[in-house]
Design a protein around this ligand. Structure first.
Ligand SMILES: [Zn+2]
Length: 231
């Protein structure tokens, strides 16, 4: 914990602000770069896709194709692979998309109701996995819906999604993240490329939208401990 003191002024005169900051970079373990939202099947053969990300300096990659768990190469000491899927309601035009990570089998798709998101989060958790709210800005949630989704058991939300920036500019969700913190809901802030191709633009996106995750404390393990630190 570091403490800073800053002199400033408010309407009534001089003030002194005392700020306490817990700097995660000063903790143990080591920082990893990874992707938690990638349409691997759309990018090519999964071994080649992993190689591609490894060459970009990534330490881990999750596969999150639509309603399908694309088989990935086994995790090695050099590169961790995470089986997952992007789950949504295939009927109708509901834009709720949930990233389910650490899946052993595919959960049932969403039925379009808010309550069913909690069911999906529970299903994912029962498999030892974690669920994340995908691209809230692109999904155009009302505050009421975003607040309900944020309290469904998801561990994080995508504050940055480069693909949705390409689609319609609705990439960033820091404001929602901040509003949720103000309302007492703390979620991990995650940046993803949501890559679905491997052209030059995606190379650029991948490098800029990496998710940070700290490896298990103490050693050199590359296994991201997302449950502990967020991502
Ligand atoms: Zn999506």
């Amino acid at each position: 914990m570091k403490t800073f003191e800053i002199d400033g002024r408010d309407k009534r005169g001089p003030i002194r602000l005392k700020i306490e900051v817990d700097n995660p970079f000063e903790g143990g373990g080591r920082w990893l770069r990874g992707g938690l939202h990638s349409h691997v099947a759309q990018m090519g053969e999964s071994r080649e896709v992993c190689e591609h990300y490894r060459n970009l300096g990534f330490d881990f990659l999750a596969t999150t194709d639509y309603l399908s768990i694309t088989p990935m190469p086994d995790t090695t000491e050099a590169f961790v692979t995470v089986p997952g899927a992007e789950v949504f309601c295939p009927d109708g035009d509901d834009l709720t998309h949930i990233i389910c990570l650490g899946l052993r089998h595919l959960p049932r798709p969403l039925d379009g109701t808010l309550e069913d998101v909690s069911r999906l989060v529970r299903d994912t958790g029962a498999q030892g996995g974690l669920a994340v709210m995908a691209h809230p800005a692109w999904s155009d949630y009302s505050w009421e819906k975003a607040y309900a989704l944020a309290r469904s058991g998801v561990i994080g939300l995508e504050v940055s999604n480069r693909l949705t920036w390409q689609i319609n500019g609705k990439e960033r969700s820091e404001e929602l993240w901040q509003m949720l913190i103000n309302a007492g809901v703390r979620l991990a802030a995650i940046g993803v490329d949501d890559a679905c191709g491997r052209d030059g633009a995606d190379l650029d996106r991948s490098a800029r939208a990496a998710t940070g995750g700290r490896g298990n404390s103490g050693g050199n393990s590359r296994t991201p401990d997302l449950r502990q630190r967020g991502a």
